[in-house]
Unconditional design. Structure first.
Length: 334
């Protein structure tokens, strides 16, 4: 009998302490159990923007969000992350807006069984604007002039390669295509081995190239932009700020993307809400890891998403009084 009383006391005391302490700041789900809820966010290879973005989120979660633990996973970037989220193998992932649109709608690479209809946006990250880079002495003055010349569209399978092929094919441009890493492409352009390469703004290698070369930055001709928009609605169009590069004193407008955080509609509302809230309330911490992410993740940029948001994110946006476009509200949130 005495042993039963002692056992009962041992059970009651911790329960009483939990009741007095109340729920943790991590949310109801995390407070429901004593152990931390662990989840993974898919990134890309170390050193890239996706890895930095995922690391920023992980830093916030692991230092500011009670009850959760976030791990960064090395993956094959956007398309791989969309597939892994859809399959439930990772809980969140980094994904570019055009890839998210194609995955959600089952188009292009995601045709048929590869469709990822369960993926949802979590929050905006940072933008990128595609650019076609050349030099003043290359003889290239318009995008059509790349025909017949050696050109690097970016690493095989990269978003740079995909958009370059789509633009060049639509406009009937036929360069001698190769797939160099960005740093190698910059050096090759500088020594005249190639006539140009593709890269998304912001790009430090372009600024470095301008230190020793007269650079020319080319965009899709204005007369062809609507045709590209009609053919590829998954892309967004953004501005390169005036003066960011010597070659663009007035800035430029071109096809681009927004890097987003995604999850699955099956992921719990509490987890997504808690992560979104923690990241927005600790933007200075995000900035210490990845300044561009902190600068461009603002709530005013949620409209750049090309797929609907997760209900957990919508809950936070509505708490902050954000006007969410109807096209970005999923059926489960109606």
């Amino acid at each position: 009998m005495k042993s039963i009383v002692k056992t009962t006391r041992r059970l009651i005391l911790p329960l009483a302490i939990l009741i007095l302490l109340g729920p943790s700041i991590g949310g109801a789900e995390a407070a429901a159990g004593a152990r931390k809820i662990k989840f993974s966010i898919g990134a890309s290879s170390p050193g890239g923007g996706f890895y930095m973005g995922a690391s920023a989120i992980s830093t916030v979660v692991n230092t500011k969000l009670s009850g959760y633990e976030c791990n960064v996973e090395v993956t094959g970037a956007s398309a791989n992350n969309a597939a892994l989220v859809q399959a439930g193998e990772i809980q969140m992932g980094m994904c570019a807006t055009e890839v998210a649109w194609e995955a959600y709608n089952g188009r292009y690479y995601f045709e048929g069984k590869r469709q990822c209809g369960d993926i949802r946006a979590v929050m905006p990250g940072w933008s990128g604007v595609y650019m076609f880079i050349t030099t003043a002495d290359s003889g290239v003055r318009s995008i059509a002039d790349f025909s017949g010349k050696p050109y690097s569209s970016g690493p095989k399978g990269s978003s740079n390669e995909v958009v370059t092929n789509r633009v060049f094919n639509m406009l009937g441009i036929t360069p001698k295509m190769m797939n160099l890493p960005n740093s190698d492409a910059s050096r090759s352009l500088g020594d005249g081995t190639i006539a140009g390469f593709s890269l998304a703004h912001p790009a430090a290698v372009v600024s470095e190239l301008e230190a020793t070369n007269s650079v020319r930055i080319i965009t899709i001709p204005e007369k062809d932009r609507q045709a590209f928009k009609d053919a590829f609605p998954q892309y967004i169009w953004l501005d390169v700020p005036a003066g960011y590069y010597k070659a663009l004193p007035k800035g430029a407008h071109n096809v681009g993307l927004y890097n987003m955080v995604i999850s699955s509609k099956k992921q719990s509302e509490d987890l997504v809400y808690s992560v979104v809230k923690a990241c927005y309330e600790n933007r200075e911490l995000v900035k210490t890891v990845f300044p561009q992410f902190s600068d461009e993740m603002g709530l005013e940029n949620i409209g750049y998403s090309t797929i609907p948001y997760h209900i957990g994110a919508i809950k936070y946006f509505r708490e902050k009084g954000v006007d969410i476009p109807a096209s970005l509200i999923p059926p489960e949130a109606l």
